[in-house]
Design a protein around this ligand. Structure first.
Ligand code: HEM
Length: 414
């Protein structure tokens, strides 16, 4: 086995330039083989100059994901900053207030408030609307001939869906897209740093959210922001910061990830037009194909935890307070779990991928994301016979999203 220092010369997971050409799956195959629970020493790129654990095998990722007590999403009970990113976030900003960065006992109560609202009953209520929206989106892209598939198709439906779910006026959705993109992009900064653009976008989004929440408090509607503005836990309303963070989380989680699953999925079919034809000929394949697109694209490659006690994982001792990153994207290519993991197989069943995470923080929007992918791909399959990429694929410079920013394509009608 190689030492941590030798590996980091090859691997540095905090050097975002290593992610601009796509997620470095080869590096992770090597980590799974040589150092499945690996101590990543700090490099010049690592925020706070502090190393962290990198967990890459499916079984270990699942064990840690399921144990939210030992592997905390908040982390601030054992160290000053915490959260689910490699860089520490200050206590009270997101850790402890943003749903995905809270722990039990508050987390399950907090989560329950929203769970009903993305439950199958509610989703069925918006399915027809999303189906119509999908048809319009695909027709518009076809009419253009050449389009930016990311902007015109992949980003559009999730944005419309999340605006509807949150109760954001549809005419504001592109502004949300711009703010979310600016806060999630690392094109002009490094991990743990803020740029002028990202700071301005965060401040504007905050102000917009605060005003919208106030409106929902006065006139609640049938949407998730109204729940955030009016719901109570143990008889107390959510703290203003919890409400605000729910808005930011939903905008980011609801728009960035699903668009990348859709774009990553279509790119896989660009390589395999034969599978597009198979899928068009057999609607039964769409369910497994969606799961495979999720496994394949892994839009959220990792989430961090903080160890709350000394523990063992994969035969390695982890100390209380240390950062532990769980790499869902690597687990999804683990050869011990998936036969031929690097082959895109729309007939793969079962497909126990962890693209939506695992354990108490399992994605709250999984049902919505799957439905968006289903209605959009139904519309594409019905109308689009073939497609090609007509220019360079512009990828996000980030280790937190396997994101695509621009995807020039030509779509041909069936
Ligand atoms: C393909 C699309 C999506 C992917 C790949 C994805 C991925 C994930 C992952 C990996 C987690 C777990 C985070 C952790 O364990 O720290 C998560 C949590 C979450 N996701 Fe998603 N997500 C997607 C779509 C959505 C959508 C559409 C929404 C909202 C409408 C959403 C809302 C959330 C929320 C609120 C959580 C936190 C749940 C909790 O902490 O209890 N996601 N997502």
């Amino acid at each position: 086995m190689r030492s941590s220092q030798q590996l980091v010369d090859i691997v540095d997971l905090t050097d975002l330039d290593r992610f601009v050409d796509g997620f470095p799956y080869g590096v992770f195959a090597r980590l799974r083989r040589e150092a499945p629970v690996w101590w990543h020493p700090p490099t010049e790129h690592t925020p706070g100059g502090e190393g962290f654990w990198v967990v890459t095998r499916y079984d270990d990722v699942v064990v840690a994901g399921n144990d939210g007590t030992t592997f905390s999403s908040d982390g601030t009970s054992v160290r000053e900053g915490g959260g689910t990113l490699i860089e520490d976030l200050p206590a009270g900003l997101a850790p402890g207030t943003m749903l995905n960065m809270t722990d039990a006992p508050r987390h399950p109560k907090f989560r329950k408030l929203f769970h009903g609202n993305v439950a199958p009953r509610i989703l069925r209520g918006i399915e027809d609307d999303l189906r119509e929206r999908s048809s319009r989106i695909v027709d518009a892209a076809l009419a253009k001939g050449e389009c930016d598939f990311l902007i015109d198709v992949a980003a559009e439906l999730p944005l419309q869906a999340v605006s509807q779910l949150l109760g954001v006026p549809q005419e504001d959705r592109h502004q949300l897209f711009a703010w979310a993109t600016a806060t999630l992009d690392y094109s002009d900064r490094d991990l743990g740093q803020a740029s002028e653009v990202s700071q301005r976008a965060a401040a504007e989004m905050y102000a917009y959210g605060a005003e919208l929440l106030e409106r929902k408090r006065l006139e609640p509607g049938d949407d998730l922001l109204s729940v955030a503005a009016t719901a109570t836990i143990d008889g107390e309303p959510l703290a203003p910061m919890e409400q605000q963070m729910m808005f930011s989380l939903m905008v980011a989680a609801g728009s960035e990830t699903t668009r990348n699953a859709i774009a990553g999925g279509i790119l896989a079919f660009v390589e395999r037009p034969d599978l597009w034809a198979d899928l068009a000929g057999d609607p039964e394949l769409l369910g497994p194909a969606i799961e495979e697109m999720l496994r394949w694209s892994s839009p959220t490659p990792y989430n961090r935890r903080t160890a709350t006690r000394d523990t063992e994982l994969g035969g390695v001792t982890i100390r209380s307070g240390e950062k532990v990153t769980l790499w869902w994207a690597s687990a999804n290519r683990d050869e011990a779990m998936f036969a031929e993991p690097d082959s895109f197989d729309i007939r793969r069943t079962p497909n126990p991928h962890v693209a939506f995470g695992r354990g108490p923080h399992f994605c709250l929007g999984a049902g919505l994301a799957r439905m968006e992918m289903r209605v959009l791909f139904e519309a594409l399959l019905a109308r689009v016979g073939s497609f090609e990429v007509t220019g360079p694929v512009d990828r996000v410079r980030s280790n937190k999203h396997t994101g695509i920013r621009h995807l020039p394509m030509r779509l041909e009608a069936r």
